[in-house]
Design a protein around this ligand. Structure first.
Ligand code: PEP
Length: 246
């Protein structure tokens, strides 16, 4: 099955109003490559301005609460980010698992909350370095997918992202064979869970993707795009990755 490539940026807790100028160059690159989907998850505070500035670009959030509304001080709901202009949300990112203790069950509940509001979801999974060193990477990813993939998931709204935690922001990446092996296992696990619908779900690779390594990673079987942190903060670094997906 042919799946369109998706290159998604994650600005994390970086950026201010001035940084939104970077989106102009990113939107221009997206327009130059209509065969590639391009998206950027910005901080909550920038969603509305970003969506207004580059309406053709998919702007997203980096988290939502699992409840639709209520007494959850400091949290933001899927309906609220949608109203601000978000089209998608990243859930289960390893920094939220590590910093906030989020679990795969939380990622499942947040995916469902986002879907209830009509948002697309990028659902993250990935092993720690200790888990990889112990030979458990494949089992960890299988278990995370099993616990976090909603039953009604399909490629029209959900994308999986494999992000080995030890590759995030470190400049280290798995070998292409290691990426291929995990993506194949994730695809097989989704097929086991939801049948043929799994074939329509994109699986992104994330972790130290740059303009230099993007084309090789994106050519690996079952790699349907990239989730990019540091290199998504400027058009100068992000655009070569978009080019690499085209
Ligand atoms: C990420 O945080 O999702 C990520 C992949 O970060 P980086 O590209 O900086 O490794």
């Amino acid at each position: 099955m042919v799946r369109r490539k998706l290159v998604a940026g994650n600005w994390k807790m970086n950026g201010d109003r001035a940084s939104l100028a970077e989106l102009d160059g990113i939107a221009a690159a997206a327009a130059a490559h209509p065969g590639v989907d391009v998206a950027v998850a910005v901080p909550f505070t920038l969603i509305e301005r970003a969506a207004e500035r580059v309406p053709a670009l998919a702007i997203g959030a980096q988290d939502v609460h699992e409840a639709d509304k209520g007494a959850h001080t400091g949290c933001v709901s899927a309906a609220q980010v949608k109203e601000a202009g978000a089209r998608f949300v990243i859930v289960g990112h390893s920094e939220r698992r590590g910093d906030q203790g989020e679990t795969s069950h939380d990622a499942w509940a947040k995916s469902a909350a986002a879907h209830r509001q009509g948002l697309d979801v990028i659902l993250c999974c990935g092993e720690t370095e200790a888990e990889r060193d112990a030979g458990r990477a494949e089992r960890i990813v299988q278990a995370q997918v099993e616990k976090s993939l909603p039953d009604d998931a399909d490629g029209s709204w959900l994308t999986l992202a494999y992000e080995p935690r030890w590759a995030i922001g470190t400049g280290r990446t798995p070998t292409l064979d290691e990426i291929s092996a995990i993506h194949a296992i994730a695809r097989a696990k989704m097929r086991h869970m939801i049948g043929e619908k799994a074939d329509g779900i994109r699986i992104l690779y994330g972790g130290s993707v740059t303009g230099e390594n993007a084309a090789a990673i994106l050519a690996v079987e079952n790699v349907d795009g990239a989730l990019v942190g540091g290199a998504s903060l400027t058009a100068a670094k992000f655009v070569p990755i978009i080019d690499g997906a085209a």
